[in-house]
Design a protein around this ligand. Sequence first.
Ligand code: TV1
Ligand code: CA
Ligand code: ZN
Length: 399
Amino acid sequence: DYGMEKPQGSSVSFHYNPNVEYHHFGSSHPMKPWRLTLTKQLILAYGLEYTMELHEPRPATLDELAIFHDREYLSFLKNITPQNMESADNQAHILSFGFGGESNDCPVFDGLWNYVSLYSGASLHAADSLLNAQSNIAINWSGGLHHAKKNAASGFCYVNDIVLAIQHLLTQNQRVLYIDIDVHHGDGVEQAFESTDRVFTLSYHKFGFDKYNNPFFPGTGAITEMGPSDPANRGKGHTLNIPIEDGIDDEQYMWLFRTITGAVNEKYRPNAIVLQCGADSLGGDRLGKFNLNIKAHGYCVEFVKGFDKPLLLIGGGGYTPRNVARTWCHETAVCVGATLHNNLPTHLPYLQAFQGEENGGGVLYPDLHNTKRHENVNSVAKLNSIVRSAFENLRYIEG
Ligand code: TV1
Ligand code: CA
Ligand code: ZN
């Protein structure tokens, strides 16, 4: 032993199987897997592929998915097609497994099984490269499907690749911290680990009701929701939810994020971190209600990277494809420590997709706050009270 220390700085691995791009939820559905094509093209155009180790992971197997999901659910998922879904046998299960229904959030489409195996395989492979110390930051922009339950699809999510990746990390890590900056509550991940103290789940999200008194999806994640209340349950206090109102701006969000995430990291002392980077918390998102700019979203990645622990970065929501691509490209650059030019590379395929916008067409960092779609109703007093409650909720965990 020559007392050699592990190399300074971070090595980044990128896990992506391009076959995910070719799946379609349906033309009017907000989830567009081709946003991953845009993301990849931006990353390549900026030359970021030379700064990371690239992997094309194989799809996850049925047995790998069964570590979290029920086999009956998986065999339904594996066999259901747009052609056979009308059969009586399938109709009997379709609603209970979270498909169809009025919203049609989780449609049955061609290649569904292939799609879920591909994004899950990439998250498992990314976790694996952290376990083998092949990288200290592993990225899978195709994953982050945080609503899926062990026996049901929910909110565009069929298989919970995050739960699977965390379970894999737990084979060699005592404590894993899960952080979720998607505009929706990370309910599936929270629920999967509600009875253990080996995973701490922290979600920032919009919480509240619209003018028709309908809750913002999925309707859970109040500040008072902190895991089981039974003191004998080890999971008690290992859940923290940060409910936020419409229109939150960069300064407010960054302040909330560093204050609370910093405190959780210090108290919980995780051995590894999973950060879900849902890009629907950006200003101008088709479904989201926040007003964040790309660099404020990326600040969260920068801040967590600063903890210097094995880090799994995964995608999630994001419904304005050009801004999803910009954000995840920027966050890839943050990981490798690169600074990118605001002017987009001229040789970028799909350059058109990034042009002709009101604010900042042709650039990487348009002003998304200026889209002013949602009035900021987060008051200083309200944010202070959230932080106060969050700190109080942390008293349950022993540092
Ligand atoms: C088909 C076609 C489905 C058009 C769904 C928006 C559509 C939505 C569609 C939609 C839509 C939701 C609900 C209502 C619950 C239902 C990836 C009481 C224009 C992680 C999932 C949001 C977010 C689900 C996923 C939500 C993620 N919003 N058009 N559906 N019912 N569902 O509100 O967290 O980003 O909107
Ligand atoms: Ca969230
Ligand atoms: Zn979302």
